[in-house]
Design a protein around this ligand. Structure first.
Ligand code: BTN
Length: 301
């Protein structure tokens, strides 16, 4: 099926997790106290240089990206992670609501201090989604795919996404960004709000068994540090080959709506800028910078 193409997984739903009728489900507990400042090296065994060395665990919060943006104005070092058990106002791409119930996923933001033009930072969400997809595939053996620009999918359903927001800037230059990661880990299909049914999945649902969030968090943070290092050394170019291997869109017929304009054609790659390349029926290749991409034709496989 190709249900992912119709909409984002987390559109504006503020419904609570639906009960399963069989009593309370076990919640996967991180084992941290809300409000704790955690040493990621000691507690998670992270082998990173800066990402996750300080982890601020919040229990329930509004949005980890929002909290991190406030911390960015303080003396917080690059790589600090704000981690929530659940979010009440999780933010998705294009102002959408991100469904983030307690105990069911990784809802985290990483502070990235840089001095970079906003335009150069723009494809970071593409690079981060590819890096996370690779890491998750390595951990689970699942066929984890990416959908431009920032979606992470399994079986055509949305598993997660990356939201990079500017936390501090001066003119065209960004000095701090919040790299937000939302991943459905142990979210059962029966817990999804109606509009996400058939469009969202989770690692646990795809594996057929629960998986500890701590394990997933650890590999995601390691993958992100590696991603940041490569991205700042070589830009999106360093991710183009991996993107092709993991893309759910490459070679497929799509329609993209952006700023009142519709482009239809076949996806034929990722531009050196990070834009999506779509070859229209007239044989012209267009660079797509924004918008929601939908498959237009059901294709086998
Ligand atoms: C998307 O729309 O695909 C991106 C979703 C990103 C959600 C994450 S959850 C942690 C962080 N805090 C937020 O409010 N959003 C991001």
């Amino acid at each position: 099926m190709n249900g992912d193409e119709e909409s984002e997984v987390n559109p504006s739903s503020r419904q609570a997790v639906r009960g399963t009728g069989g009593g309370p489900e076990p919640i996967d507990d991180y084992g941290f106290e809300p409000g704790a400042v955690i040493d990621g090296i000691a507690e998670l065994g992270l082998g990173t240089r800066y990402v996750g060395r300080t982890l601020r665990y919040l229990g329930s919060t509004t949005s980890t990206n929002a909290v991190l943006s406030v911390l960015a104005a303080e003396d917080e070092p690059s790589g600090t992670v704000v981690l929530a058990d659940g979010q009440t106002e999780g933010r998705g791409r294009a102002g959408r609501f991100w469904f983030s119930p307690p105990g069911r996923g990784i809802w985290a933001s990483v502070l990235l201090r840089a001095d970079v033009e906003a335009e150069r930072l723009a494809p970071l969400s593409v690079a981060a989604s590819v890096s996370i997809a690779e890491a998750l595939a390595g951990l689970t053996g699942l066929d984890v795919r990416v959908k431009w620009p920032n979606d992470i999918l399994i079986d055509g359903r949305k598993l997660g996404g990356v939201l990079v927001e500017t936390a501090q800037s001066a003119g065209e230059r960004v000095s701090a960004a919040a790299v937000g990661i939302g991943l459905n880990v142990n979210l059962g299909p029966e817990e999804l709000p109606e509009e996400l049914v058939g469009r969202a999945t989770s690692l646990g649902a795809a594996l057929g068994r629960p998986i500890a969030r701590r394990r997933v968090l650890k590999i995601v943070l390691v993958a992100l540090e590696c991603c940041f290092d490569r991205f700042f050394a070589g830009g999106i170019e360093a991710f183009r080959e991996k993107w092709r291997e993991r893309s759910s869109l490459l070679g497929r017929r799509v329609a993209v709506e952006a700023s009142g304009r519709r482009t239809e054609g076949t996806v034929n790659g990722l531009a050196p800028s990070g834009a999506l390349l779509v070859e229209t029926d007239g044989g012209v290749t267009e660079e797509i910078w924004h918008g929601d991409v939908r498959l237009t034709r059901a294709e086998p496989g």
